[in-house]
Write a protein that binds this ligand. Structure first.
Ligand code: ATP
Length: 765
């Protein structure tokens, strides 16, 4: 078994967090006790947390009937009183007290007459968890939204990654056994998606809209909600507190997973007042932590630290638990069936990479043996595959060290936009970006001429390629900057100014057959048999098959003269399959301007701006950049930057980022207070950055806990290269990649243990 790259590093969850900023929002735990007291407490000891740690006593009414849900009567609403009182507070207090005067019954608890789990006590993290016995909704067969919210709540309070995954797997296993048709919405809700990523259906409702809905539902005023959010840093928690301490006339019907999911999809599709109304309609039915997670879903950040790979692992473990429900305690399964879990995880991840659609995958895992999954969920045109990625290298010598005597090919590395071009049996063309976003509408010109490059009748295909800007008169490639000026949406073919040429470098599917398990030499042969070049429209990547180091060096120089970034060096026969979703060592990138010690640039998110002085007055003069930690779903600062910008750049950035200023740092920004910028930004833009080297830093937080328990990594002499429009902020350089780049530096390498090749090969991105 190969180990994941992360297993070599100590994760930050394993080390004490010394950051002055709380890593995540302080957590609220609700406890239903026999004494019929319900307290809200916080685990966080930070001053901020203490403010909201004040207990809010409530009395619980006796159940009306054994099966009827209990209700909770609020005796007194002890409003959380921020230590740092602000102007808005006094005004809010009067209004909020008004709201609190209403009679209250909040349905929270279902009866546990037979000792079975009830809603408020549902805890899929406990060691004795039984996926059937503890699924308290078993008799109704409809999963309550509260069961999922409780699961999220427990996960948020969990430190270790394995435990988080295990907890989620317990919940999934219960759903598989009790209410399997809720598994699809449960999975989507756990990663905060509403549909396959490539369909581009996104939530991200503006915080003000949500605040207004919360005010309407709870009687709080907007200034109060805003000040609380600023103080706590999480509108989800504020929503939950407002909801729990609210007095209500009647108890709304409990929410279930299906309805919440359906309504979230509706919310994503509508706008204006009806969007707000629908948010309100669901929110008024939220009880306890449902309010927190419903609001966080709408904001677009769940903050439970479950990203896609963890979710797939949880699903795989749930399947194994389901298979052994009779003969093993759920908590013992991961240990007892290690190999089966490893195999199931691999099969599931592989299938998902070629068919990234839970609407297809989930029914298949419920119905068929996992070994049939790949066959049941085949890749097909119209559904983007996760692209194969390359490892950076620092020179020709490193390439030869890696490939030894294998047959290799070098291809020019074009500097444009990656395009996976699909044609289905109906002749419909779709174009997907590196992130599997649907770019079809951006390239009507390519679609119009898509027949030109067919050498013979072809039913269906998927090609992998790079689209570059093309100078029609000079018949040459133009720099990436020219391509980036092309319109992205609603492109009218008549108005296109920047012409493009497609450089094809791979064929992944032809006439109903997937080719990804075939070696590159064979895929290339089929590419040449079915397609032909058309000058300035469709061309094959310029390639040279050689094992001569001098020839590779010379080819690298030629590629630079041909306006390319360098070379992609690939294995031809041995270890030469197309590795979906992998940053593989079978593809190495050799960039012309690699900096000998770093090897590659980084793609970083701009999260803050410092006002310019002197010549730069009126614009931002510097920015705060962060990498993205996919495991903890947070942005970690890596450097401040003020070089590499022209005056025009600064003007453009200031105008753009000025539109995305937020009043305070997002709670998922990890930074040291000494770095506080003049303005914080939404994480909306990714910049390509080069640097002299990477070093350990006492103030920056990038990859903290991976290489060093207390220090993060920062960039020395960072320089702005360009905006990466093709990457969204969650595709920015990941904390693990930063750690790897740091470790690969000669100076560090000579002093420390580094990753092995096996670790790198197993890294999913
Ligand atoms: P990464 O994709 O590795 O995260 P990145 O997006 O910054 O990094 P690069 O480091 O520039 O991209 O290198 C990989 C990209 O090079 C591919 O995703 C593809 O878009 C582009 N490319 C250009 N020519 C080729 C080629 N001949 N073979 C494969 N990829 C190529």
């Amino acid at each position: 078994m190969q180990k994941s790259i992360t297993s070599f590093f100590k994760r930050k969850s394993d080390v004490p967090d010394e950051s002055p900023e709380p890593k995540k929002a302080p957590k609220i735990k609700t406890e239903t006790e026999d004494t019929k007291k319900l307290l809200i407490k916080t685990e966080d000891e930070s001053p901020k947390a203490k403010i909201k740690a004040k207990p809010e006593p409530m009395t619980v009414d006796p159940p009306e009937s054994p099966d009827a849900p209990k209700s909770v009567k609020v005796e007194k609403d002890t409003e959380n009183k921020p230590a740092a009182a602000n102007d808005a507070k006094n005004e809010s207090d009067t209004e909020n007290k008004e709201a609190d005067r209403k009679v209250t019954t909040i349905g929270l608890v279902s009866t546990s007459k037979d000792g079975k789990e009830d809603a408020e006590n549902y805890d899929p993290s406990k060691d004795s968890y039984h996926p059937l016995k503890n699924a308290y909704w078993a008799s109704k067969k409809v999963t309550p939204y509260l069961a999922l919210a409780r699961t999220f709540q427990v996960i948020e309070e969990t430190k270790g990654r394995l435990k988080m995954i295990d907890t989620l797997s317990n919940y999934f296993c219960s759903v598989m056994l009790v209410s399997p048709s809720d598994l699809v919405p449960s999975v989507y809700l756990s990663i905060n998606q509403l549909a396959p990523a490539y369909e581009g259906l996104e939530l991200g409702v503006a915080e003000t809209t949500l605040m207004k809905a919360i005010c309407k539902a709870t009687g709080r005023n907007l200034a109060h909600i805003k000040s609380q959010t600023q103080l706590i840093g999480d509108l989800g928690i504020v929503a939950e507190q407002s909801r729990v301490s609210q007095r209500m006339m009647f108890q709304p019907a409990p929410l279930n997973i299906r309805d919440v999911f359906r309504k979230l999809r509706e919310i994503a599709k509508i706008s204006g007042q009806s969007k707000m109304d629908l948010v309100y309609n669901v929110f008024v039915s939220c009880r306890s932590s449902e309010a927190r997670f419903f609001i966080r879903s709408l904001i677009g950040k769940l903050r439970i630290g479950i990203a896609e790979q963890s979710l797939l692992t949880a699903l795989a473990i749930a399947l194994v638990k389901k298979n052994h429900i009779g003969d093993c305690k759920a908590s013992k399964v991961p240990e007892a069936y290690k190999d089966e879990i490893a195999e199931t995880t691999l099969l599931l991840k592989t299938a998902y990479s070629q068919c990234p659609n839970y609407d297809i995958i989930i029914p298949a895992i419920l119905e068929y043996d996992i070994k049939e999954l790949q066959e049941r969920c085949p890749m097909h045109p119209g559904m983007p595959l996760r692209p194969m990625l390359a490892q950076p290298t620092k020179g020709v010598h490193e390439v030869f060290e890696r490939f030894g005597g294998m047959h290799i090919t070098c291809e020019w590395k074009y500097d444009g936009e990656r395009a996976q071009i699909h044609c289905n049996e109906k002749g419909e063309i779709s174009i997907f970006s590196r992130n599997s976003e649907n770019n079809t509408a951006k390239y009507p010109d390519l679609i119009a001429r898509s027949k030109n490059f067919l050498k013979c009748p072809v039913e269906s295909y998927i090609i992998d390629s790079e689209i570059v800007a093309w100078d029609v008169e000079r018949k040459q490639i133009l720099p990436f900057q020219v391509l980036s000026t092309r319109k992205r949406k609603n492109v009218d073919i008549e108005e296109i100014k920047v012409q493009v040429c497609v450089y094809i470098f791979d064929l992944l599917y032809i006439n109903g057959t997937a080719l990804v398990t075939k070696p590159l030499s064979e895929r290339r042969k089929l590419l040449n048999e079915h397609f032909q070049e058309v000058e300035g429209e469709w061309q094959f990547a310029t390639a040279l098959n050689t094992n001569d180091i001098d020839e590779v060096q010379q080819f690298l120089e030629e590629s630079v003269k041909g306006n390319c970034e360098g070379l992609m060096v690939k294995t031809l026969d041995q270890e030469a399959t197309y590795e979906i979703a992998k940053r593989s060592r079978n593809w190495l990138k050799l960039k012309k301007d690699y900096i000998s010690n770093v090897g590659d640039s980084l793609d970083l998110v701009v999260i803050g701006g410092y006002k310019g002085k002197g010549k730069r007055t009126g614009t931002y003069g510097g920015f705060l950049l962060a990498c993205y930690d996919t495991e903890n779903e947070e942005y970690q600062t890596i450097c401040k930057i003020g070089t590499g910008f022209t005056d025009e750049d600064l003007q453009t950035h200031s105008e753009f980022l000025g539109k995305h200023v937020i009043s305070s740092a997002k709670s998922y920004y990890r930074y040291d207070s000494s770095l506080e910028p003049d303005h914080w930004f939404e994480p909306v833009q990714v910049w390509e950055i080069k640097c002299a080297d990477l070093s350990l830093s006492p103030i920056h937080r990038a990859a903290i806990g991976i290489v060093d328990g207390e220090r993060g990594i920062s960039l020395r002499f960072p320089r702005f290269i360009r905006i990466r429009d093709d990457k969204n902020s969650e595709n920015a350089t990941d904390a693990n990649q930063v750690a790897h780049m740091y470790q690969s530096q000669d100076l560090v390498k000579n002093n420390q243990k580094t990753l092995t090749q096996t670790d790198l090969e197993d890294e999913f991105y």
